[in-house]
Design a protein around this ligand. Structure first.
Ligand SMILES: Nc1ncnc2c1ncn2[C@@H]1O[C@H](COP(=O)(O)OP(=O)(O)OP(=O)(O)O)[C@@H](O)[C@H]1O
Ligand SMILES: [Zn+2]
Length: 641
């Protein structure tokens, strides 16, 4: 190690670290202690109290300050003579362009989301700077090396698709608590507090209801003649009582399922809730609307308690009331946030009441929050191990020790007596459209789909472009930029609303479109195939992109996404479930069944085969997160404490 620390490659290296969170803090410390002398750090966040348990460069007094800057100061205290340059900024900002990236010898990622990772991958490819990429999820972690032309890029292999659920499971036939959470968060919470005009599957039921029993208006609207408690109870009775009764009428649905039980507020709560007569203004009297809490107001203290049905019903009404009383300005714009206490309380209560109705075990707020926020509790040790591995790979990259590059996976349980599983990197995937410029094919109804659908669903969501430019031959159909003339902007805005075949340069079957992101210096050709019909459930986008590894995932996932509740139900298994873990983790990542050589295991080890299945660990990220189901959550919690 000593020789490594003093290697001239290390001393002379200029390193860019992206992310100064859980992995980043460990990484900066390890870099400094390993002899690196010129380190740049980009992080867009400020320090939060919840970071302090593991992001050890930060202290209570730093809360609210830039992570990048505080991390720098903390490390300079024990390595005063090295140079650390912090940027409190989003790595996607246009300042961080290809030229910016070119100045570095290596880029090290300690990020927590797919979007930023893809962006950095593209910049590293364009700037031809090696990338060491990392991620952790609880006890699981991985460090991978990406060198243009030598190893696969970050996007050569498909990433696990966020687990999605069939809409009908969420709206009609939940069988697990997570289904109730998705319903509470993506349907009910959004309906009540988010954008009312959003398409939402609760609409179906509310209009059913308005035809039969209600007054032809939106059931979810607060009516002039009712007080907030009446409103809350009406919503309660509608979603937990009336809607269930309607659902029960469909005998077919319940032939092989347990029939749910309608729950009405009068069955579980007294006619008037005495405590709610308390002074609402007093409950709101705080500088920080985010600190308003139904639990506080009701005297419920322990977030690990599982509330009774009555308690859940009380929390439901109280949190709804507090939203309207204390946070009225935000209503209409809210989306669920795991750090929003009142939102978590509402979602926990609503999910529990629904669970009770469907005979599903109820959960504590702590557990519900974990599921709703896709939280896998971070393990500081995993971050430290991963940071160490990043530095080891960075040193190999700097010394151009290509034969020894490794992708390393941290396991939760020893496999072949090892907790760390190093594997040789793959070569670049020839069909990867990011690093091999391989064209894609898009099946789309060119007479029905608008350019806007193409931009949103394909260019942004699937291809991860920030500032796209779309060309058909020499005609520019769309472009984003700060310096566009007004008439161009008007032109592009008009194009967005046109169907593809009616664009100024008609896009039909057989057209080749070029899509480019100027900042990422990433270009992609898309061959358009016209197709009339799409299966609403299986192909909810109304278009199918193929030709790249991403597309194979789509086929695998025949469920329709509900809202943005992307979750995977990969679980942390107990010892006996080891095989399940391997299968589940690799699910969605190893679609071709390719095997990777595992060179580090010597013949004397217990393994009979020297091949292991590729493991990919999903990261703690909103897009691609692992979610624990209830058994595993409790199992895990025990281990963590
Ligand atoms: N686009 C981006 N530009 C710059 N920094 C980013 C970007 N996306 C994520 N990050 C940073 O990456 C870091 C990831 O760290 P980590 O996974 O520990 O998350 P965290 O936000 O600190 O903690 P948690 O989400 O678990 O509360 C964060 O500090 C975050 O600010
Ligand atoms: Zn690639």
């Amino acid at each position: 190690m000593d020789s490594l620390c003093h290697s001239s490659a290390v001393k002379g290296a200029k390193v860019l670290m992206v992310g100064a969170g859980g992995i980043g803090c460990e990484l900066l410390k390890t870099l400094a202690l390993s002899g690196f002398q010129d380190i740049h750090i980009i992080d867009m966040d400020t320090i939060e109290v919840s970071n302090l348990n593991r992001q050890f460069l930060f202290r209570q007094s730093h809360v609210g300050q830039s992570k990048a800057k505080v991390a720098r100061d903390a490390v300079l205290r024990f390595r005063p003579h090295i140079s650390i340059t912090p940027y409190h900024a989003n790595v996607k900002d246009s300042d961080f362009n290809v030229d910016f990236f070119k100045q570095f010898s290596v880029v090290l990622n300690g990020l927590d989301n797919l979007d930023a990772r893809r962006h950095v991958n593209r910049l590293c490819l364009a700037a031809e700077v090696p990338l060491v990429e990392s991620g952790t999820t609880g006890f699981l972690g991985q460090v991978t090396v990406h060198v243009k032309g030598k190893t696969e890029c970050y996007e050569c292999q498909p990433k696990p698709a966020p687990k999605t659920y069939p809409v009908c499971t969420i709206t009609s036939t939940p069988s697990k608590f997570v289904h109730c959470i998705v319903w509470a968060k993506d349907l009910l919470f959004s309906k009540l507090f988010g954008d009312k005009n959003q398409e939402n599957d609760l609409n179906v039921r509310s209009s059913d209801a308005s035809n039969s029993s209600e007054h032809g208006e939106d059931v979810f609207e607060w009516r002039n003649n009712e007080d907030i408690e009446q409103y809350g109870r009406r919503i309660y009775d509608h979603v937990f009582g009336y809607n269930i009764e309607i659902a029960l009428k469909n005998q077919e649905t319940w032939k092989n399922r347990n029939r749910p039980k309608p729950i009405y507020s009068r069955d579980v709560l007294p006619e008037h809730l005495n405590h709610q007569n308390g002074n609402v203004d007093k409950k709101c009297a705080t500088d920080d609307p985010l600190s308003v809490s139904a639990m506080t107001s009701l005297g419920l203290k322990n977030p690990q308690d599982i509330w009774s049905l009555t308690e859940n019903s009380t929390v439901f009404l109280e949190s709804l009331k507090l939203f309207f009383a204390c946070r009225e300005k935000e209503i209409g714009n809210l989306s669920f946030d795991k750090d929003d206490q009142l939102a978590v309380e509402f979602v926990t209560a609503a999910a529990n009441i629904r669970a009770a109705s469907f005979g599903i075990p109820m959960h504590s707020l702590f557990e519900a929050k974990g599921i709703a926020g896709n939280i896998v509790h971070a393990v500081a040790t995993t971050n430290a191990v991963v940071a160490g591995l990043i530095v080891i790979e960075a040193i190999k990259v700097l010394e151009k020790d290509i034969d020894n590059y490794r992708m390393t996976y941290c396991l939760e349980h020893p496999s072949k007596k090892m907790l760390l599983m190093p594997v040789e990197p793959f070569e670049p995937n020839k069909s990867c459209c990011v690093c091999s410029e391989s064209p894609l094919a898009l099946e789309i109804n060119t007479h029905r789909s608008k350019l806007r659908d193409f931009v949103e669903k394909i260019v942004k969501a699937k291809l991860g472009m920030n500032s796209p430019l779309i060309m058909h031959g020499s005609t520019l159909l769309y472009e984003v930029g700060d310096d566009l003339e007004d008439d161009m902007i008007a032109n592009y805005t008009a194009n967005l609303e046109k169907v593809l075949s009616e664009l100024p340069s008609s896009v039909t079957g057989g057209t080749m479109l070029t899509v480019e992101d100027l900042q990422q210096e990433f270009t992609c050709n898309i061959y358009i195939k016209h197709r009339e019909e799409f299966d609403e459930e299986k192909e909810p986008d109304g278009m199918v992109l193929s030709g790249w590894t991403q597309a194979s995932l789509e086929k695998k996932d025949d469920n329709k996404v509900v809202g943005n509740g992307g979750n995977t139900s990969t679980s942390m298994p107990t010892e006996g479930e080891r095989e399940v873990e391997l299968d589940e983790i690799s699910e969605g990542t190893e679609i071709s069944g390719k095997k990777r050589k595992q060179p580090e295991v010597s013949a004397g080890e217990t393994n009979s085969s020297n091949e292991v299945q590729r493991l990919d660990v999903v990261d703690d990220d909103e897009d691609e997160l692992v979610m624990l189901d209830h058994q595993d959550t409790s199992n895990k919690k025990k281990k963590l404490q």
